[in-house]
Structures are given as C-alpha cells and as structure tokens.
Ligand binder design. Structure first.
Ligand code: SAH
Length: 370
C-alpha cells in the first residue's frame, strides 16, 4: 500500500508539483490550497468547484489532516492552552495569549527537544521526533477554529506586555490570530525542513494570510541554521534565547553554547537579514541567584548594544525536579530598570497563564504524570 500525501505538508508550489505529477492542471492547486486554508475544508468532498472525478482521484492519493485539542485550559487572564494529541500517540501544546485583541499564538515545532537546556522542562523529555509541516500548521488552524467559536471575552482581553511590532498599533480582531511565535515545545531551527514550509503556508496570501512581520522564530542559538532561515525566509522575526552573558555560564545551562559560543551567536545575529527598523528579540530567562544581578544586566547590554535589539525578560517558571529558583521581584525590577534607563526596549513577561501551567511543556508534563 502506498501512503497518501498529506496536502498540509505542501506549500503552494509543492502542491502544484504534486498535482502536475498526477497530470492535473496547475491552477487546480490554487483552488485546493484555498479550500484547505481559507475554507478550512476537511475533505475533498467539500471542494464544490472541482469536478467529482478529480475529487475522487484526490481522495485516493491524498489526505487533509487535522488536529483537535484533547484539552483546553483557560487561565484567569484569558490565556488558553491547548494540548494536541498526534496520530502516533505523542502530544504537543500551543498557547494563545489574547492581549487587547491582538492574539498571539505560541506553537510547538518538535515533540520534546534535543537541546537539553538545564532550566527547561521540555528538554527533560528529550527529542521524540520532529513535527511535520502539517502538524505545525494544524496547531494554528485548530486554534483559529476555536477562536471563531469562542472569541475571548472582552473583559479577559486585558492590556499587558506582548511581543508586537511597536510601529503598528492597528487594533486586532478578537477572533483572529495576529502573531505567531515559534516558542513552544522544541527548537524550531532543529526542524527547519518542516518549519520553513510551514512558515511559507502561514505567510502565503492564499494560505493562512499572516504577515511575515508577525511570525517570530525563537532559537537557542543554532548558528548555521540561523543563516539558512535568513536566506530562505527573509523578513521573519528572530528571537534568541540568550539567558546568560558569559560562555562559562551559558555552556553550563545551555549545552548548545559549547558548539556555538556567544561570539559566534552574536555575529549570526548581526548578519541576520532584518528588514528596515526591525530588531532581534533577546530572551533572557532570569534564574534567581544565577544570572539576575546588575553585573549580568551590564554584560547583557554590552553584548547586544551593537545589534538592533529588544529584550524579553522571562522570570524563571519553577517546575518539579529542577533546582533553579524564580528571581525575586526586586531583582527583576532592578534588571529591568537598568536596561530601560539605558534606552533598551524591555518587556518583562508577567507570568501569564501561570495558573494553567502555560509555561513551556508544563501542561504536557502535568497530564502525563496523571
Ligand atoms: N527552543 C527555542 C524555543 C522554545 S523555548 C528557544 O530556545 O528559544 C521558549 C523560551 O522559553 C526560551 O526563551 C526558553 O529559554 C524559555 N524557557 C524554557 N524553560 C523555561 C522556564 N522554566 N521558565 C521560563 N522560561 C523558560
């Protein structure tokens, strides 16, 4: 038996090739693509502007996969966390953060992760496998469906800190996803073969119709892959999880640094093709008593000052079995103020979704323990 092709793995040019390979006209691909992403078609039967014969043929060689969440938890602040079971029994999470009608969706790129950052819960699951392009895109489509059915209540759509383009204040629609961040489970640059086609589908005007200005890829610092991403998808936003300001500490808490030390990582940030006024987001997980002093803040500033930057401070989210502690409020405030006073754009992530274990890998951890 030959396996059927999941059409959600194919950006438009690949879908054209697939249909041409079956002797079909090229324009059919655009019709099918629009049915899938704009009409959310689940089957070929629904594609009424396509002949019955072709629909039947397609259903013999192709499928349109889908994800349905098995658990959705909503936090007091409107944050929604989705757990998606996959066809092989694995599962991944996505988190929706509604802020002033500008919904940001954080999606996963792998089941588990191979990067083994010492503070990260996902890292303790190790890498099970890469997500397919379809599984990445389907997280977005499932949340989009949920948002149409259950738009966030206006009272929950509170003001707060968010990663957003500061040069664009247009209000978002409460039922639409505005920003996609690849900051969920996994290292997206460790799965570029599937992440790149997924981004192409996200930003295709006939696909999910997101602006590439609103897609952010977050990496722990895989330097060669940063180059590849920049070459293949210029204009995408880059976030780098820095988390330490010396190679000594970074080697310890993020093993990737032993392959690509700070100097090389920062050089890759300088070379990343950021258009116009855009900035690299430096994420900095604050670990109490480990990297949260003013000395760290000073070194951080020195490291990033010649790169267009903004800083995302993330107070460490404690989890069982991990020895690190959250920083004190005073340490967070002092670090934040030090950078602000020196004209750095800083956002300190409040622990949104803290009440629903929305931090990296935590819902999955919780359900698997049960
Ligand atoms: N692998 C990618 C994206 C996934 S991690 C990356 O490293 O950027 C997303 C962010 O969550 C990273 O900045 C990571 O440093 C941070 N993070 C991981 N575990 C955390 C925890 N327990 N508390 C707070 N932030 C955490």
């Amino acid at each position: 038996m030959t396996t059927k092709t999941d059409l959600k793995n194919l950006p438009l040019p690949a879908l054209e090739q697939f249909l041409q390979g079956q002797g079909k006209e090229r324009f059919r691909a655009l019709q099918v693509f629009k049915w899938i992403y704009q009409q959310d078609a689940h089957s070929f039967e629904e594609m009424t502007n396509i002949s019955k014969a072709l629909r039947k043929e397609l259903s013999e060689t192709a499928i349109i996969s889908n994800l349905e969440p098995e658990a959705v938890e909503q936090g007091n602040d409107g944050t929604r966390k989705y757990l998606f079971p996959l066809s092989d029994g694995a599962s991944v999470e996505a988190v929706l953060i509604p802020i002033e009608g500008r919904n940001t969706l954080c999606i996963s790129s792998q089941v588990g992760c191979a990067m083994a950052c010492e503070f990260c819960l996902t890292g303790t699951f190790k890498l099970t496998r890469n997500l397919t392009t379809a599984e990445i895109v389907n997280q977005i489509m499932a949340v989009r469906r949920d948002l149409v059915k259950n738009p966030p209540a206006p009272s929950l759509v509170a003001a707060g800190a968010v990663d957003d383009e500061e040069d664009d204040d247009s209000p978002g629609s409460p039922a639409a996803i505005r920003n996609i961040v690849l900051m969920g489970m996994g290292e997206p640059l460790h799965n570029l073969d599937n992440v790149i086609p997924a981004i192409r589908i996200m930003i295709d005007g006939n696909g999910l119709q997101l602006s590439n200005r609103r897609v952010t890829v977050s990496t722990c610092g895989l330097v060669p892959e940063m180059g590849r991403l920049g070459r293949e998808i210029p204009n995408v936003n880059l976030a780098v999880s820095l988390n330490a300001t010396t190679d000594e500490l970074r080697n310890r808490i993020m093993p990737v640094n032993r392959s690509y030390p700070l100097k090389e990582l920062l050089q890759a940030c300088r070379e990343f093709p950021l258009p116009g006024r855009r900035k690299v987001t430096f994420e900095y997980v604050m670990l109490g008593g480990v990297n949260d002093t003013l000395e760290d803040a000073k070194r951080l500033l020195r490291l990033i000052s010649d790169i267009p930057n903004k800083v995302n401070l993330i107070p460490f989210n404690e989890h069982e079995g991990c020895g690190f502690k959250s920083p004190t409020r005073a340490a967070i405030d002092a670090f934040h103020t030090y950078l602000i006073d020196r004209h750095v754009t800083v956002i300190t992530r409040d622990s949104r979704g803290g009440d629903i274990s929305a931090a990296c890998g935590q819902l999955k951890g919780k359900l698997e323990k049960k």
